[in-house]
Design a protein. Structure first.
Length: 153
């Protein structure tokens, strides 16, 4: 259950599914039951604050071997954002990403549509260049009426 109390099913990578099955076996959780896998110490569903707490603890441990993490402000939403951008970079269309994120409106997903220089380069390479000669039927001629009209805009 996520934002808006909506239930969503999401596909996971096979290796993630394997880890989750292993975790459920360790915790003696029947995968067919409605018991939540991710619970807090009081056996209630993990809240967003609980997820953030766990993430912060993991980051603290990782900072010892990856000092550059000290200057980063990581939170669960940054992982969601990074996933959306990675999907976009790998060629997944924005509508699919929007559905994957559970957005009701595509405009909400548009904030992830910021593309980097590499994506721009690939976009240019994917189209045929305009021929530089022979595409115009007439050579350019100076026309004051058109220039005047353009300047009036």
């Amino acid at each position: 259950t996520g934002k808006g109390r909506k239930q969503r099913c999401r596909p996971v990578w096979p290796q993630t599914a394997k880890l989750l099955r292993h975790l459920c076996m360790e915790l003696h959780i029947d995968l067919r039951s409605k018991v939540r896998v991710f619970q807090n110490c009081r056996a209630t569903p993990l809240s967003r604050f609980g997820v953030r707490f766990i993430l912060n603890e993991c980051i603290k441990r990782a900072q010892a071997s990856i000092p550059s993490l000290c200057s980063k402000r990581l939170h669960p939403h940054s992982m969601r954002h990074s996933t959306a951008v990675a999907l976009l970079k790998s060629g997944v269309d924005l509508t699919t990403i929007s559905q994957w994120l559970g957005h009701a409106d595509l405009n909400t997903t548009n904030r992830y549509a910021v593309i980097d220089l590499e994506m721009k380069r690939k976009a240019i390479e994917s189209i045929q260049p305009v021929e530089s000669q022979g595409t115009c039927n007439q050579p350019w001629r100076h026309d004051d009426t058109i220039l005047g009209w353009l300047e009036s805009l």
